[in-house]
Design a binder for this molecule. Structure first.
Ligand code: DC
Length: 229
């Protein structure tokens, strides 16, 4: 008897597009697990920095991946904790700078290969919501639903600006816009697993949409694929 395949919903898109919000909502709507693949790249970049491994030495960076004990605790953004070798890295990995370092190491295929199995290990019953750049194209090409969220770089920089300002951070919109553009450029143009919508992905351009509208569209997709009642 063949074992039923554990279903995956892949949500890909550029940085700051709202994948975290959408995948957290999807995980609570379906009761499935969630993979934040970007967090793995962030953790590896930070681990390399802590170990004084130069980020352009891809083999040495990749070699660190197997030895890291990574635990994701909690379900919501508020109670989420990310423990690496028993230490709390929840806040450290979210820094803008860590995102940039992650984007740099993510251009190396040896690094991507080193994280592949770790990502696939998240595929456990009853199902998985996978958040990233190459979930629908490379890591889970057999996903039952592939959503590609997109938005203009201006809209994403503005959303980030509002988020950070609300938290009391002093940031400049022009700096955020430049960072968003630089990260897009690197993530979309890299030779291996570039950020791209899978041919069978449903593309949702959220530039002009609010959160409730995005979730309404995703809910409609879930229903049309009979993934929820
Ligand atoms: O989603 P994020 O901002 O946490 O991801 C940080 C960086 O990691 C992103 O700019 C590129 C890289 N990344 C990747 O290459 N592939 C993924 N599946 C997830 C993230």
């Amino acid at each position: 008897m063949t074992r039923p395949v554990i279903p995956v919903i892949a949500v890909d898109g550029p940085s700051g597009v709202g994948k975290g919000m959408a995948t957290r909502w999807l995980a609570s709507r379906t009761g499935w697990h969630r993979l934040d693949s970007g967090a793995l790249y962030r953790i590896l970049a930070l681990a390399a920095t802590h170990a004084a491994v130069p980020l352009d030495q891809a083999d040495a960076v990749a070699a660190l991946a197997g030895g890291l004990d990574i635990r994701f605790v909690g379900e919501t953004e508020a109670d989420e904790a990310i423990l690496v070798d028993g230490q709390d890295w929840t806040h450290e990995i979210r820094a803008e700078e860590t995102g940039n370092l992650a984007s740099k190491i993510a251009t190396a295929s040896v690094v991507r290969d080193a994280l592949m199995q770790r990502q696939r290990d998240f595929r456990t019953a009853p199902g998985l919501i996978a958040d990233g750049r190459d979930m629908g194209t490379i890591v889970f090409p057999d996903a039952v639903l592939k959503v590609f969220l997109d938005a203009s770089a201006e809209a994403r920089a503005e959303r980030r600006y509002r988020q950070l300002s609300k938290k009391g951070a002093s940031v400049k919109l022009t700096d955020l816009f430049a960072e968003v553009r630089a990260r897009d450029e690197r993530d979309r143009k890299r030779a291996v697993a570039p950020l791209a919508a899978a041919p069978d992905a449903v593309i949702i351009d959220t530039t002009q949409m609010g959160v409730p509208e995005v979730l309404t569209e995703i809910e409609a997709l879930l229903k049309s694929r009979q993934l929820v009642d």
